[in-house]
Design a protein. Sequence first.
Length: 189
Amino acid sequence: MGLCITAPEILAYHADAGVGGTGGLAFYAGLARALCDTGERVMLFTNGAEEDRAALDRLCVLPEIEARIATGHVSIAAPSARPEDLARQIGGYRAVVAHRLHACIVAWSYGCPIVGLGWDRKVQSFFASVQADGFFSDAPDIGGAAVAAMVAAAIAAGVDATLHAEVLAETWAGLDGALGVLTARPAEA
């Protein structure tokens, strides 16, 4: 189960929508605890942003997280050297919880259940576009137990195979169209 860590100061400064799960690193610590309490093994990771990695480093020295690392219930993903490594890493999780849009998009594209936490309207829009609104929260006071319950529900629901295939086909068609425009030779005058 992947838990994507985003620097709380980034969420506070750049938010253009409600931030789901305020409370800084204590929110992530409580969420990791709640996920572990449901039997999940939690992998903490970032999308690679320097600020996020620094936040992950600060999170990992909190006694509550250190104790779960020592028991093997929480692990820390090594930073990915290349985007494709990060994508494969995310695609291998049982589920993903993230504020970061790209972590959610990558996970969903691999058929991985996702839970999104608000801070940017684009995150909420993505969840609406893949009919996963019920697995998104921008409630500032949402706690770890409530997010863990959303994770359990997302895992139970899975990713609808028909919708997944349709969205991927639309995406590939859009990419093909864009590449066609970019590689077309200009008409001779």
